[in-house]
Design a protein around this ligand. Structure first.
Ligand SMILES: [Zn+2]
Length: 524
């Protein structure tokens, strides 16, 4: 039976100390429920003594049942002049009614004397009193030894005394923190080995990523005996972030033979990571190990050829184990294999014994040379392939459009668009307003098309990105417009390139609409 590692998530506390991370109390509740469902053992909800939002979160959790996770409220040791029962921060911890509390205390003499301004002995009493008081209130107490490794390198004896104080107070678990993220993996390993004989309770690691070593440090800590790993989903957190629990789980369970969660839950790892980035409104990292969009994506022709014969040729594991999927991109680096794989995936039949694939590769190379980028625009790619192989008939024709922008000194500018299209023998002219010229054009096009294709109303724009692709030629530079659209079933991206931003946007808009129409007309 493989050894169980306890997962302690602090996305809702340390994670929200990351620069871009902002979560409302309701957002935090949704994430807590997701973590619970996934099988995280401890979910640290926040610091009720430090801000009203966290206090509100704990109010919300009073009526929420968690199936797997123990909720944790976080706080610090009592202030020097207070007894624990008089300390506001400790009162706030107890008022949450949460049964498990984490208390952070100072292990580094520098912090006790220079930051808190208390004697080294007073610091020890603050730790012991606080833990003992919370234990007396029948709370399970986790003691977080802040700056443990920096302190140990400075004065190992004193640092050990702080841990003893926590153990004497009755701490149930101890977590050793590399708060500044400056320790090296070998230091973590030997310090943990030295500390081990002094610890009579289970202990864990809390690592920050300031040297890009939070993951390595957490793994060696586990190898040297730690059974609890604290971290955040996607590695959000103060400065360079905390250790990323997504990678911790992937590696410990799939590569090192430890048990973190049920095997079946592992399939939800990708979903969990994307859910948290969605709620936090931070775009997911494509290159995120295990769960990123690019984690099992193949672009080079040789790679694509090989994975069709055996995926293990260029993949360290089966992506489905963590709920991710294999993708193949088509770009100017592509060979015939990419096109063959991609067209099979799209359900497009190619003829001519390789003749079609060669023509498609040539056309893509030509267009990418002009600034198109098809690996990021699979909707446009599908249309292009269908057009080259004669499997696409334009469902409508643009006769003309006109876009006007008006701006005066009284307020923000307004935009109007008029458009004339024809479908078969019928013409349609419409006008629409919008927040900007592209928005007006999009509105006018949809209005004109809805009469012929009512399901156009189901689709909407998700994202609109503009990028200058030839910066050296100043204003004559080309722009690449990339549009992401969605309906109830899928999300697709399309692209346009031109020296004129309206023209580039138009191309991307038309592709987006035509993609939707081609799906509907083919009954997909
Ligand atoms: Zn931290």
């Amino acid at each position: 039976m493989s050894k169980q590692i306890v997962l302690y998530d602090t996305t809702l506390r340390d994670g929200t100390q990351g620069e871009q991370v902002n979560l409302s109390a309701e957002d935090k509740l949704r994430i807590a429920q997701k973590l619970d469902e996934f099988g995280i053992h401890y979910v640290e909800g926040g610091w009720p003594g430090s801000n009203p939002k966290d206090a509100r979160f704990f109010e919300l959790t009073k009526s929420t049942a968690f199936k797997n996770a123990r909720l944790v409220a976080f706080g610090s040791t009592r202030r020097a002049q207070n007894s624990p029962e008089m300390d506001k921060n400790i009162k706030a911890l107890l008022e949450t009614e949460v049964q498990t509390v984490a208390v952070v205390g100072k292990s580094w003499d520098l912090h006790a004397s220079d930051v808190l301004g208390v004697s080294l002995n007073e610091n020890l009493s603050m730790i012991e009193d606080t833990v003992a008081y919370l234990r007396k209130q029948e709370r399970k107490v986790i003691y977080d030894a802040e700056h443990f490794f920096d302190g140990y390198k400075q004065d190992p004896d004193y640092t050990l005394k702080t841990l003893k104080a926590a153990i004497n107070g009755g701490a149930d678990l101890i977590v050793l923190c590399d708060t500044n993220g400056g320790s090296m993996p070998d230091e973590i390993y030997w310090i943990m080995k030295e500390v081990l004989p002094h610890l009579t309770v289970p202990y864990g690691i809390h690592a920050h990523d300031d040297c890009g070593l939070a993951l390595a440090n957490s793994l060696v800590a586990v190898q040297s005996g730690a059974t609890i790993v604290q971290g955040t989903i996607n590695g959000y957190g103060e400065r360079c972030g905390n250790v990323d629990l997504v990678s911790v789980i992937g590696i410990l369970q799939l590569k090192m033979g430890y048990r973190c969660v049920e095997k079946e839950r592992l399939r939800q790892l990708t979903e969990l990571s994307r859910f948290v980035s969605e709620v936090a409104n931070i775009p997911p990292l494509n290159t995120h190990p295990f769960v990123g969009r690019s984690a099992f994506t193949h672009k080079g022709g040789i790679h694509v050829d090989a994975i069709q014969k055996n995926p293990m040729a260029y993949e360290h594991m089966d992506p489905e184990i963590v709920g991710n999927r294999r993708r193949v991109l088509v770009s100017d680096l592509s060979g015939k294999s990419n096109i063959d794989y991609k067209t099979r995936e799209m359900g497009i039949k190619l003829g001519g014994n390789g003749y079609d694939s060669r023509r498609i590769v040539e056309e893509i190379k030509k267009l990418e040379d002009q600034g198109y980028q098809f690996d990021a625009a699979e909707g446009s790619l599908e249309l292009l392939i269908k057009k080259i192989t004669g499997q696409f008939e334009e469902p409508f024709t643009l006769e003309s459009f006109r876009v006007t922008i008006e701006k005066n000194r009284r307020g923000p500018g307004t935009s109007q668009a008029t458009i004339k299209i024809s479908v078969g023998e019928e013409h349609e002219i419409t006008a629409a307003e919008g927040q900007g010229p592209v928005n007006a054009l999009d509105n006018a096009l949809r209005k004109a098309l809805t009469k012929f294709f009512p399901y156009i109303e189901e689709m909407g724009l998700v994202d609109f990105k503009v990028r200058v692709i030839d910066g050296s030629k100043a204003t004559a530079a080309k722009v690449r417009v990339q549009i992401e659209s969605r309906d109830a079933r899928e999300i697709w991206s399309t692209i346009g390139v031109s020296e004129n931003i309206i023209e580039a946007s138009w191309q991307a808009l038309v592709d987006s609409v035509q993609y939707k129409l081609s799906r509907e007309l083919n009954g997909k």
